[in-house]
Design a protein around this ligand. Structure first.
Ligand SMILES: C[S@@+](CC[C@H](N)C(=O)[O-])C[C@H]1O[C@@H](n2cnc3c(N)ncnc32)[C@H](O)[C@@H]1O
Length: 287
């Protein structure tokens, strides 16, 4: 696979971007993502929302873990469904962009829901190949394509997108250049949907638990305020903002009890419960 974008500039421009790409290229056997995705072939690298079925915890030992994993996957798919619910009316002729597309689960869901073309971009060559294989297996590779490109400089045509989303990817980039690129790509009235973790300006700076999450994922969680400043500076007008924090806490409580728990669950639960961190959905229109 080529290491340069279409315009000839390198996809990975900084040491930081190389380290993020390296993380996603090498953490490829993480069971928390693979075991869940294997259930129905939708591979997510994001968290879940909604209440879990408490009866899974009463299952006999032999089936309990399998049921917890199925339930975690259901909640992660529910999160992607909520994001897609907010993209507005999408026609089969529209083109969408999944910025930071991971293993491609949300892009595939978007195509199945709207029948439209979707491009996903990721700086992990491994993920791009994996996601393209998923699209090929489903026979939709002509409509759902994954590219090794940087979401700060995608190379796609100006005004070519009806909608763009970021599903837990904005903590890897500076928001000002990101939203400048999205403003270029979206048509007038185009829709942007973001689901992200952000820290709380009201409780002060980055808490210890938030720093622990940054360290684990090599990311840089932004304060809530930065989203609205960067959106406004790039001609985006928010129409819906939902604090998903209470809706994601059950997912983390369940994940803590699963065999696929990674150890980061405590930091998420502490950050959410102490109010230093939010799980936010922001929906905005490009004017
Ligand atoms: C937490 S995963 C989310 C994946 C996917 N959105 C999902 O919901 O399953 C973060 C993703 O952001 C991607 N990413 C990070 N920085 C990026 C950049 N500058 N350009 C494109 N993708 C990037 C990573 O490669 C990874 O695929």
């Amino acid at each position: 696979m080529t290491t340069t974008s279409q315009a000839g500039s390198p996809v990975l421009r900084t040491e930081y971007q190389r380290s993020v790409a390296d993380y996603w290229n090498t953490n490829r056997n993480d069971p928390v993502n693979l075991k869940l995705g294997e259930i129905d072939g939708l591979f997510h690298h994001h968290y879940g929302i909604g209440n879990y079925d408490p009866s899974v915890l009463e299952r006999p030992k032999s089936t309990k873990d399998e049921r917890i994993i199925a339930e975690l996957h259901r909640l992660e798919t529910a999160q992607a469904d909520l994001l897609l619910d907010h993209l507005g009316p999408i026609e089969p002729a529209d083109r969408l962009l999944d910025a930071g597309s991971g293993r491609g689960g949300t892009s595939i869901m978007a195509h199945h829901r709207f029948g439209c073309a979707v491009d996903g971009v990721s700086i992990s060559e491994y993920q791009v190949q994996f996601a393209n294989e998923q699209a090929a297996e489903r026979g939709i590779a002509d409509r759902v394509r994954f590219h090794f490109r940087n979401m700060l400089d995608t190379g796609f045509d100006t005004g070519s997108r009806r909608a763009i989303w970021t599903n837990e990817t904005t903590m890897y980039v500076d928001l000002a250049p990101l939203y400048a690129e999205f403003a270029r790509l979206l048509e007038y009235g185009g829709r942007y949907v973001c689901i992200t973790g952000c820290y709380n300006d009201v409780t002060g700076g980055r808490s210890k638990a938030v720093s622990r999450i940054d360290e684990q994922y090599i990311c840089n969680i932004h304060p809530r305020s930065e989203y609205f400043k960067a959106l406004s500076a790039n001609n985006f007008v928010p129409i819906t903002v939902i604090d998903l924090t209470p809706h994601t806490i059950p997912y983390w409580e369940l994940r803590q009890q699963a065999s696929v728990a990674t150890g980061i669950e405590e930091a998420f639960l502490t950050a959410y419960r102490e109010g230093s961190f939010h799980y936010l959905m922001i929906v905005a229109d490009r004017i």
